[in-house]
Design a binder for this molecule. Structure first.
Ligand code: ADP
Ligand code: MG
Length: 396
């Protein structure tokens, strides 16, 4: 197809596609808790942060430390607002532009993943976490007359996807579009969001369901991944569209042209605790549980490594977590990872392995792909309405 100027139609779309971007990795240190302040009072923190240099030093012993660089180094004094701005805001902005975006938190249980992502902050608005702030930015940017925002909230536990908005729906399949390769979970409850209050209520409901489900399964929420998906569908004005030159300016095309929609998807993943799980089951974990949690997190690690090494084969099929993240992580999306660590010298080993995970993720390159398509359904609706009008006029 060629347009009047002779250049290939759709060329403009190409200009927007293929913007490369590496996974951005931030490290966030939790302040010492009451217990650590007392019991470890005589010991230095296992890390030393140099935020201006974007460096972190991991103490090896009293004399020596290893230095690592990250995209952002967030100290124990970093506010929730600042964390949102560096970790999440660029991802949310690209979702509003019609790309897929992912924000993940990885780290040992108790280091602040849920604090960073999931705090509702009703008692103290400064404490609001990334999910709540992201929705505020999204709702402020869209126009609810022409755009729609809808969310699903899932838990992935032992390779089973549960609906946190409908506890009866506890084994949701992942569906992959054979043509586009897009991954979706059509079986999950999808709730349209029109205001911030109902979104916060939905998160609270999801948390309550998560707690109840895990009590029933006799497990802790740190053993499962919580996944929030936000679908943003926006109609695009013709002049803003990458396809704008394609339809010409014919007068009937104006009314019968399908509106163009841009679809962005934001996925926020509160990952299971990264600590190694005792396979003997002595801490109350079954062998099956230990294997399955290790499976999804280690599959994520393998995908990150494969992407970082530009390997031709990225083993996304190895776990449900990586299948779900397939179109969000690597390839087509803007991705931000925050690794959370604690200061205690007692957890130096876990802190070191979290840092290494973050270091490997730093190398992953993503390609952005603009999600734009014609909304033929709404065109069909409009044609139906016009047809009804014509028939009515004719019968008068
Ligand atoms: P995780 O989800 O990684 O298991 P949490 O987010 O539940 O960890 O945090 C564990 C505890 O530490 C909670 O009581 C939380 O309020 C506190 N905490 C975590 N990060 C911070 C922080 N940056 N500032 C203050 N308290 C924090
Ligand atoms: Mg948590």
């Amino acid at each position: 197809r060629r347009n009047s100027t002779g250049s290939l139609a759709g060329g403009a779309a190409k200009d927007n596609a293929g913007v490369p971007g590496r996974v951005r990795v931030a490290v966030r240190l939790r302040p010492r808790n009451a217990e650590e302040l007392v019991e470890d009072a005589d010991f230095a923190d296992c890390v030393e942060l140099q935020p201006e240099l974007k460096r972190l030093k991991l103490r090896k012993n009293n004399w020596d430390s290893d230095t690592y660089e990250f995209d952002e180094v967030l100290t124990e004094f970093a506010s929730q607002k600042r964390v949102y701005e560096v970790v999440a805001k660029p991802v949310v902005e690209s979702v509003l532009d019609g790309y897929n975006g992912t924000i993940m938190a990885y780290g040992q249980t108790g280091t602040g993943k849920t604090y960073t992502l999931g705090r509702l902050g009703e008692e103290d608005t400064a404490a609001r976490g990334i999910m709540v702030r992201a929705m505020e930015d999204i709702l402020a940017d869209v126009s609810l007359e022409t755009d729609s925002v809808s969310v699903s909230y899932l838990q992935l536990y032992m390779e089973t996807i549960q609906d946190l908005l409908d506890p009866a729906n506890d084994n949701i399949p992942i569906v992959e579009d054979p043509k586009t390769g897009d991954v979706s979970v059509p079986g999950a409850t999808l709730v349209e969001i029109r205001d911030q209050h109902s979104f916060v209520e939905l998160l609270r409901l999801g948390e309550a369901h998560r707690f109840a489900a895990n009590t029933k399964l006799n497990t802790e929420s740190s053993r499962s991944h919580a996944i929030l998906m936000v679908h943003v569908k926006r109609s695009v004005k013709a002049r803003d569209s990458a396809f704008s030159s394609e339809n010409g300016n014919s007068p009937h095309m104006k009314t019968l042209k399908p509106s163009l929609v841009r679809k962005g998807k934001l996925v926020v993943v509160d990952l299971a605790g990264s600590e190694r799980i005792d396979k003997s089951g002595s801490e109350g974990h079954t062998l099956e549980e230990a294997k399955s949690i290790n499976l999804s997190l280690s599959a994520l690690g393998k995908c990150i490594n494969a992407l970082a090494e530009n390997s031709a084969h990225v083993p996304v099929r190895d776990s449900k977590l990586t299948r779900l993240l397939k179109d969000s992580f690597g390839g087509t999306a803007r991705t931000s990872l925050v690794i959370t660590i604690g200061p205690s010298p007692r957890h130096r080993g876990e802190t070191a392995s979290t840092i290494m995970f973050g270091q490997r993720a730093m190398k992953v390159e993503n390609m952005l792909k603009l999600k734009e398509e014609f909304d033929y359904k709404s065109l069909a609706r409009r044609l139906d309405i016009q047809l009804d009008k014509l028939i009515a006029e004719h019968e008068r």
